[in-house]
Design a protein around this ligand. Sequence first.
Ligand code: FA5
Length: 341
Amino acid sequence: MEQSLNEIREQFHRDLDAITTAESLVAIRDKYLGRKSGLIAASKKNIGKLGADERAEFGRQVNELSREVETEIERLDVEISARNEEAALLRERVDVTLPGTGASGGHLHPITLVRQRIEDIFVSMGYSVEDGPEIETPFYNFDALNIPPSHPARDSADTFYVSDTLALRTQTSNVQIHTMERQKPPLRVIAPGRVFRRDTPDPTHNPMFFQVEGLNVDRHITMADLKGTLTKFVEMMFGVNLRTRFRPSYFPFTEPSAEVDFSCYVCDGAGCRVCKGTGWIELGGSGMVHPNVLETVGIDPEEFSGFAFGLGIDRMAALMYGIDDIRLLYENDVRFLEQFA
Ligand code: FA5
């Protein structure tokens, strides 16, 4: 009997040495301490076969072995749990000394940056900034601007109509009418905003683009004021080195009218794909507000005169940032846009 208890003890220690997980420890507990089939319980069943003088001693030895097994299993259980916890901590360790990954913040679109700069310049000249609707009636986009019903710009081949009576505005000039209906001269406003045309896209054209409208109405305003204002604006915007020119032109809502060009930002006037070989890029249209337009909004053209202009913001952005194709501004390619952060 004693022999067999020693064998159980040795076997237990061998089993214990081989254990690595808490699950196998449960199996060992069952193997030795299980109430029905455990090896120690089985030994206890032999007590009856012993003589009365041996029983007490054997019982003591079995209980001692039972306590030993219990204590060892508990010790190992604590050890395995500690090991597991340490391994988990190691696995989930965060190295706070590693450099962080930079957070990429948003930033303003280049068109917005240019628009803000334009606004700052005109505000410094005493202009206020107006807003106007992008969806417009033919009255504000065409009729009030002296554009006759037969004018080709009104055709659906040039204008995006959203219904029989509404269209996406083709120019910011609609804000001239809204402003003059609200305010009487003297008035000095600019109106930057989005406009839409059925133009074929190319490096200097997009079907959606931005213009800034300017309007200055007062007594004794002349073409010289218009030229001086735009020359000063281009100088403040791009520096004195840029060449500008005024070219006689025609707009139904101004008389006389002039187109404003600046020297090509890609070839500096030599002639290239972007300026279509001319060396010049059209910045916008301008002129003296037509008397018919003033009359439509109830301003007496005998008493007041004014100048107006409408400039392309996309082309100014292209010039300012050296972009050779304005369509890039609308592709939302983050690799392109993040250069302006
Ligand atoms: C006009 O839109 C007139 N309303 C300007 C005006 C206002 C004249 C007040 C007189 C008085 P125009 O169609 O030329 O004019 O357009 C003005 C500018 O918008 C152009 O010079 C150009 O810089 C820009 N532009 C025109 N079409 C496009 C386009 N598809 N993509 C990008 N920019 C364009």
